[in-house]
Design a protein around this ligand. Structure first.
Ligand code: NAP
Length: 356
């Protein structure tokens, strides 16, 4: 089964490249400017510009894709605010959708499932626990372009085209195999709270539902394995009806290692899913001060370096939504998936093995 990961050189993209290659998928990834030094053997790299589409069709010409995961974005709100046209050109993946539709035409109806990574910033931030159908009133360019991306995808790839939009909260996890050119959330907090010489300001009134990168990885794996199985059974049925297609069934087979990692009931839950948009956050509503304190608890370093401040006290050049904590119950009800709690998950990342 062939998978294309756009934004494969970014933080989340790298975990997907390594994880899916390790499970036996044939992985292609697209990068903008940074080809991965750490890519596992057999992984195919494509240099593309998502803003113009340059290089993208060439990637689709090389292989039939059964799954496409779009992690590419201008993901820093301040950068989007300063360059709104570029942000829109990259974040709204119109060229990628063109390629998916063209693939369907030229490869005998082959539909790759599109897993698109969106953001909690599609909500306006005025209250807690947002549900998926409550997006609107985005407060910055980043949120607006990401929401436009969702509506663009859903209107051009209507049902039954397979699409899953994952609205991610702040992603935390271990460092990526190749360094990324920006501070990592958890590592920044850990370094700040453990520096006794310099207190760091954390907002007491900005709430998020931080999500472990491993959870986004697992949810994506579930979605693409379920689609692969669907493609394989469709091709087998076509072959049995003597209309050819045995070849396609083989090409779309989900690797055995990927299936071993998934409980059969998990795949059944995905097959029965009713929705296309999912809040992909952790299970909690945490302020940035809460997160800093939980990191300090984990490191055993006390709260002396944590300065609790209102968000209005710092000028950031971009409006940030105050409360975009999310209701993530649809992950459980539709996909049978429960993401990890922040306090539990950070232990695995921050505590050195010897002290566990
Ligand atoms: N990180 C978070 O906390 C967070 C929170 C909520 C939602 N999200 C969303 O999750 C997704 C992944 O985030 P991330 O943090 O992993 O992103 P990231 O580390 O900032 O990586 C962005 C990726 O997009 C690629 N890219 C940027 N401009 C491009 C262009 N013109 N053409 C082709 N590729 C281009 C970059 O390629 P090069 O680096 O090679 O140029 C890189 O691979 C994004 O959609 C983001 O909006 C992230």
């Amino acid at each position: 089964m062939n998978v294309l990961i756009t934004g494969g050189s970014g933080y989340l993209g790298q975990f997907l490249v390594h994880g899916l290659a390790g499970q036996g998928y044939t992985v292609h990834y697209a990068y903008g400017s940074r080809q991965l030094a750490s890519a596992p053997p057999g992984v195919v790299a494509h240099k593309v510009d998502l803003a113009t589409g340059e290089g993208l069709q060439e990637a689709f010409d090389q292989a039939p894709f059964h799954a496409v995961i779009n992690c590419a974005a201008i993901s820093q709100p301040a950068v989007c605010e300063n360059s709104p046209d570029t942000a829109r050109a990259v974040n709204v993946p119109s060229h990628l959708v063109d390629c998916l539709l063209r693939q369907e035409q030229v490869r005998a109806g082959l539909r790759a499932v599109l897993v698109h990574i969106s953001t909690d910033q599609v909500y306006d931030g005025s209250r807690a626990h947002w549900k998926e159908d409550e997006a609107g009133g985005q407060v910055n360019v980043y949120g607006r372009t990401k929401y436009e991306a969702e509506t663009h995808i859903l209107s051009r790839l209507p049902e039954p085209y397979p699409v899953a939009i994952l609205r991610s909260s702040i992603i935390y996890g271990p460092p990526a195999p190749d360094p990324v050119p920006r501070p990592l959330f958890l590592q920044f907090v850990a370094s700040a709270v453990s520096n006794p010489d310099k207190p760091t300001s954390f907002f007491q009134d900005e709430y998020r539902s931080p999500v472990h990168v491993r959870d986004l990885q697992r949810i994506t794996e579930l979605l693409i394995a379920a689609h692969g199985q669907q493609l394989a059974s469709e091709a087998a049925a076509a072959a049995a009806a003597a209309r050819g297609g045995g070849q396609a069934a083989e090409a779309a087979a989900v690797p055995a290692r990927a299936l071993e990692a998934l409980a059969p009931e998990a795949l059944a839950a995905v097959a029965a899913r009713r929705h296309r948009v999912f809040n992909a956050g952790g299970p909690e509503r945490l302020s940035r001060v809460d997160m800093a304190r939980q990191v300090a608890d984990c490191l055993g370093c006390g709260y002396d370096s944590i300065e609790s401040v209102p968000s209005a006290s710092v000028a950031r050049g971009v409006v940030s939504p105050p409360d975009i904590s999310m209701d993530v119950s649809r992950l459980q009800s539709d996909l049978g998936y429960s993401p990890a709690a922040f306090r539990d998950a950070i232990k695995d990342i921050l505590q050195p093995p010897a002290t566990k």
